[in-house]
Design a protein around this ligand. Structure first.
Ligand code: SF4
Length: 331
């Protein structure tokens, strides 16, 4: 299994490769990718330097072009496809059928991966993208149980990639309207669930409050760690009781089921987090590298290293990890 790690900037990319990533994924400095935050991502110049560095170390670079263009801004996505192809990247991660069609027609040699944002939850959906647009790998949505992943892998005509560690998304990926309801900017078109200009933290008599476009997302007690405000991870009053109505701040950790994923035929494990620091990327990449190597050596006897699991828990949102939908036996 290939280890695919996030690169939010050039330093993050170097750290990921030096720490054991087989491939890194990055985005351009525009809304064409789903981590469009200020100070993040790559200019043409830095992308060229990054790709040279990765290829010198015989590692792959994937470019995420996984948001959805609208009628008035198609040229931005089209130009990003051209830029990525001219940079001679190893694969383009795409979600929109128009973008796929353009890439397929104008750059037939360019390898295409189906983004998680396309939400292909069945082998039949993947087959459609493969036959119509020559997709060579599909990143599976984080809403599938392990049994569903096994079923999709058994029938998929192409490689599959699943998330190994990082933030969860509880909605049908690529279709969430939560933050656009609050901010007017959709993560699917603009590239960020909570665009920075709408985020505010304020110290109040009742505690530290985080708001998104004026909407209260959470209020923290003295001992609590604050998180980046996202609508789906907010704490709200329901029937007078405060709680995480949609999703707790917790990170996915699929290390315990690596042998199952290997046996299912999963080709790559992805680490979420292009918005994270290079230090975070270094630690997570090293742990995942060691775990995958150990699992590949002997899947029968594989057990997650306890120190690595403890470190992953420390690096997690809310200091908690979960198997998420992988563990849903009823799906
Ligand atoms: S707001 Fe939450 S549920 Fe919606 S896309 Fe972002 S992470 Fe997913």
């Amino acid at each position: 299994m290939e280890l695919v790690c996030p690169a939010g900037n050039l330093q993050g990319l170097k750290v990921a490769i030096e720490s054991g990533a087989d491939a890194v994924y990055l985005g351009f400095r525009d809304p064409t990718n789903a981590r469009h935050f200020s100070g993040l991502n790559f200019s043409l110049k830095s992308a060229r330097t990054a790709i040279d560095f990765a290829h010198f170390h015989q590692k792959k670079v994937f470019v995420a072009l996984n948001t959805f263009p609208q009628a008035h801004n198609w040229a931005t996505w089209r130009d990003a496809v051209d830029r990525a192809a001219e940079l001679q990247i190893d694969a383009l991660i795409v979600a929109d059928t128009g973008v796929m069609d353009y890439a397929c027609e104008h750059w037939p040699e360019l390898r295409l991966h189906l983004s998680v944002q396309a939400s292909a939850t069945s082998a039949e959906a993947i087959r459609f993208y493969h036959e119509r647009f020559d997709i060579q790998r599909a990143v599976l949505p984080r809403v599938l149980s392990l049994a569903q992943v096994q079923r999709v892998c058994a029938d998929s005509p192409v490689d599959t990639e699943v998330f190994g560690f990082g933030s969860l998304c509880v909605m049908v990926e690529g279709r969430c309207l939560l933050s656009s309801y609050v901010t007017g900017k959709s993560p699917n078109n603009f590239g960020a669930c909570s665009p920075g200009e709408f985020v505010r933290w304020t110290e109040t008599d009742r505690g530290l409050e985080s708001r998104l476009n004026g909407v209260l997302i959470d209020r923290y007690g003295d001992e609590e760690c604050s998180g980046y405000p996202t609508v789906c991870k907010g704490r709200y009053y329901v029937d007078g009781t405060p709680g995480y109505t949609m999703e707790k701040p917790v990170s996915l950790n699929s290390v315990p089921i690596l042998p199952n994923l290997l046996q299912a035929g999963v080709s790559a494990i992805k680490v979420e987090g292009r918005q994270r620091s290079p230090a975070y990327v270094r630690r997570v990449t090293r742990i995942l590298r060691a775990a995958i190597d150990s699992c590949m050596r002997d899947p029968e006897t594989f057990t997650p290293a306890s120190d690595g699991m403890a470190e992953l828990a420390n690096l997690s949102e809310g200091s908690q990890t979960t198997l998420g939908a992988f563990s849903r036996y009823w799906q």
